[in-house]
Design a protein around this ligand. Sequence first.
Ligand SMILES: Nc1nc2c(ncn2[C@@H]2O[C@H](COP(=O)(O)OP(=O)(O)O)[C@@H](O)[C@H]2O)c(=O)[nH]1
Ligand SMILES: [Mg+2]
Length: 319
Amino acid sequence: MSWLEKIGLKKQEKLEKGVEKSRNSFLDKLGKTFAGKDTIDASTLDDLEEILITSDVGVSTTIEIIDRIESRVSRDKFVTQNELQQMLQEEIVGLLKESRPDRPSEFDADFTYKPHIVLVVGVNGVGKTTSIGKLAYMYKNAGKKVVLGAADTFRAAAVDQLTIWSERADVPIVQQGQNADPAAVAFDTVSSAVAKNADIALVDTAGRLHNKKSLMDELAKIKRVMGKVVDGAPHETLLVLDASTGQNAMQQAKAFTEVVDITGLILTKLDGTAKGGIVIGISNELSVPVKYIGVGEQIEDLQVFDRAAFVEALFGAKN
Ligand SMILES: Nc1nc2c(ncn2[C@@H]2O[C@H](COP(=O)(O)OP(=O)(O)O)[C@@H](O)[C@H]2O)c(=O)[nH]1
Ligand SMILES: [Mg+2]
């Protein structure tokens, strides 16, 4: 069995475990609301609406879901909690499919560009460096040649931390120490990826959102120098968000998308939170797809986001 197949088998299990808190919290609320009921009326729909909103699904997404359920139960009033759960799952998967029809790719998929340059942004502590380490490991094991770039030169520990991840993933790192010019590190990283004939370069950054102007300038400069080395680089700009911060993550996403062209999101720390519903809200309300999710602190705890699998894990029966 190949490494990817083994990872695939573990994937659903890890996902289910990773969203356990969110699922239990959601199902508990649902259970309390529906205890002893066998019909869905206006008041149960109100309760359902509240459950979805307090599960961080987001207001506009919740309203869409409730509308869909409403039109379904007007046809079929007598449903059990299990049937309602099933209905919810179907409607949410349907909603996510309509808004984002792209299919998840795996780590061994071919890149359009070589080297494929990825810039990783987000505020402090959300999990940028950790996610880069995990991505490096996934790509490396899928047979890709990876280079890391330590362009978070702002914090003392940042370069050391990425160095440790580069050792764990067994991939080279380009760094110039603390206080180096992030754009110079980015330039070196992309140049090194070209020289090494690498498939992918992952570049870490410091995300200081408290000053939008300087962040914008710094990221613009990084992007500019990358583009000088490789046409069209960066090919991807991934924004990392901490799912456990719920609606805060949504706000960060909005703030960042105002200043940088974000091509995809990484939602981390799903394992430690009951706010997993945020993934549904974010992927539906922003025009940026969720690409990866973090479901733990270990090197294998990162997954390509698969909407259907996620909703199934989130709203599936408690086991
Ligand atoms: N439980 C859990 N912890 C995570 C996950 N991703 C990152 N972390 C933790 O979040 C903390 C901050 O991560 P770090 O990568 O340093 O964030 P950065 O400042 O954005 O680079 C670390 O303690 C990580 O172990 C995840 O998916 N699950
Ligand atoms: Mg970091």
